[in-house]
Design a protein around this ligand. Structure first.
Ligand code: FES
Length: 116
């Protein structure tokens, strides 16, 4: 499904696009939402809340973050083990961080704010 054909909602003056069902995003496992070439997003549920970060690792630009090892609130890239805080995108291994996305859940779906 292309980015332009997805359902949209506006909340607090921010537009969100529908990316998946809430039940698709579970604890301790990533979910990949590839919206378009600029927005390849990894979603994670931490403590019941869904967070979104870019799926592209800043180390070697591999699209693997969604497939990383999740330990509490961090995800480890499966390629070379850089580790990131899921909630902030901060790289706890010392390199560049992950871009974060604003995420909400409404009506059983996950919605992400995608800057134009
Ligand atoms: S590509 Fe992610 S740590 Fe190297």
């Amino acid at each position: 499904m292309s980015l332009t054909s997805r359902r949209r909602i506006v909340e607090n003056m921010t537009e969100y696009v529908e990316v998946c069902r809430s039940i698709d995003v579970v604890e301790r496992r990533g979910y990949r939402a590839e919206l378009d070439i600029e927005h390849d997003i990894a979603l994670f549920r931490v403590g019941g809340v869904v967070y979104g970060v870019t799926n592209i690792c800043p180390h070697k630009r591999e699209a693997l973050i969604y497939d990383g090892f999740v330990d509490r609130a961090t995800v480890t890239c499966p390629a070379h083990a850089w580790r990131f805080e899921i909630c902030t995108g901060r790289n706890v291994s010392g390199g560049g961080g992950l871009r974060t996305y604003s995420v909400i859940e409404r009506d059983g779906f996950v919605w992400v704010s995608v800057p134009e």
